[in-house]
Design a binder for this molecule. Structure first.
Ligand code: DAH
Length: 343
């Protein structure tokens, strides 16, 4: 009986020290101790040799021994499952991975980035302004006082009345924000979102995007304006494209012009895009009106400047033949996916 007790004590030490590095070693433990020919069974078999008055005590010892072996086996198995979750040792690296869908740049972002990088070559810096504007920056300081008929074309959404806060109708408001800082010379472009109270259709939307340009310094001339925009057009649409200016009217420029480029589809011979004129309009521009400079306490006898404003959707339409303005904001993946490999 004493011998058996000593044996159990030795096995107990062995069980406590046992470690399993993998499932096979845990299984070997089970077979060794808990299998049908295992040690626990063998020790139970010793019961018949135990004297009657010792049987009770020996039964308790044996049960504890069995419990210890069972618990150890459970903990060996659990330890293995924890290990296999975190360890990389058992991973199958040849399995195909879960691919993450990669988005594409929005066509308007592509074109905006391109415009910014072209003007960057001419040392134009990017300036930004708020989308909620006050009347002064969006209208009055740009020679569009209250009741001016040119305001009719730029109805918008009012956030507050008296004083008026509105969603800006053009990026020209950023001109006002930059000029009021009084730091000259100024050579900036201002990309951003603008709003108008329009019925949504293929050709009009209640929000769209513009890029404004402004250059104010001593002796800036219309020739500088023409050369700057010609450079832009050739970079954007290619060396074959030519430009022409038509007289126009904007309250904040004098003289004002609208600029056309030779049709990018037919090259000028006439097609449906250019309505058989050979030309398509892309932007408005002009020399900054002297009274606007005065609005910002800039001496128009010393300084002059040019400005221009273009719609990013319009450039996008000409570059990618997108004929419906609504497509830009519908989030249709079939539309957006077409720009995966665009620059
Ligand atoms: N702000 C004008 C518009 O939204 C566009 C424009 C025209 C901007 C002429 C200018 C400019 O800076 O000189 O219709």
């Amino acid at each position: 009986m004493l011998q058996v007790a000593q044996l159990i004590e030795n096995y107990r030490k062995d069980i406590e020290a046992y470690e399993a590095a993998n499932a096979q070693e845990a299984e070997a433990f089970r077979i060794k101790y808990l299998g049908s020919k295992g040690i626990v069974k063998a020790m139970m078999g010793e019961m018949k040799n135990v004297e009657n008055d010792q049987k009770r005590y020996f039964g308790v010892v044996l049960n504890e021994f069995k419990k210890l072996a069972e618990e150890k086996y459970e903990s060996l198995k659990n330890g293995l499952s924890n290990v296999s979750e975190t360890s990389t040792a058992n991973m199958d690296w040849s399995l195909p991975g879960d691919t993450l869908p990669v988005g594409t740049r929005h066509p308007l972002s592509i074109v905006r980035n391109r415009i910014v990088s072209i003007f960057k070559q001419l040392a134009f810096a990017v300036a930004e302004g708020p989308e909620i504007e006050d009347d002064w920056h969006n209208f009055t300081s740009l020679n569009l006082p209250e009741f001016h008929p040119a305001r009719d074309m730029q109805d918008t959404f009012y956030v507050h009345k008296n004083p008026d806060w509105l969603l800006r109708t053009h990026t020209s408001s950023v001109q006002a924000r930059v000029l009021e800082k009084g730091k000259l010379p100024v050579r900036i472009i201002c990309p951003g979102r603008v709003y108008r109270n329009e019925t949504i259709s293929a050709r009009a939307h209640c929000f769209f995007h513009q890029v404004e340009g402004l250059y104010v310094d001593e002796q800036v001339s219309f020739a500088d304006l023409k050369q700057t925009l010609y450079f832009f057009v050739q970079e954007m649409f290619g060396k074959d494209v030519t430009i022409r200016f038509r007289p126009s009217y904007f309250p904040f420029t004098e003289p004002s012009a609208e600029m056309d480029i030779s049709c990018t589809v037919c090259g000028g011979s006439g097609c449906s895009l250019c309505k058989h004129t050979g030309w398509v309009e892309i932007l408005g521009c002009g020399m900054v009106h002297p009274s606007m400079l005065e609005n910002f306490k800039i001496d128009p006898n010393k300084y002059s400047g040019f400005a221009f404003g273009m719609g990013i959707e319009r450039i996008c339409q000409l570059k990618y033949r997108i004929n419906d303005l609504r497509l830009y904001s519908q989030n249709d993946i079939r539309f957006l996916r077409q720009f995966t490999s665009a620059l």
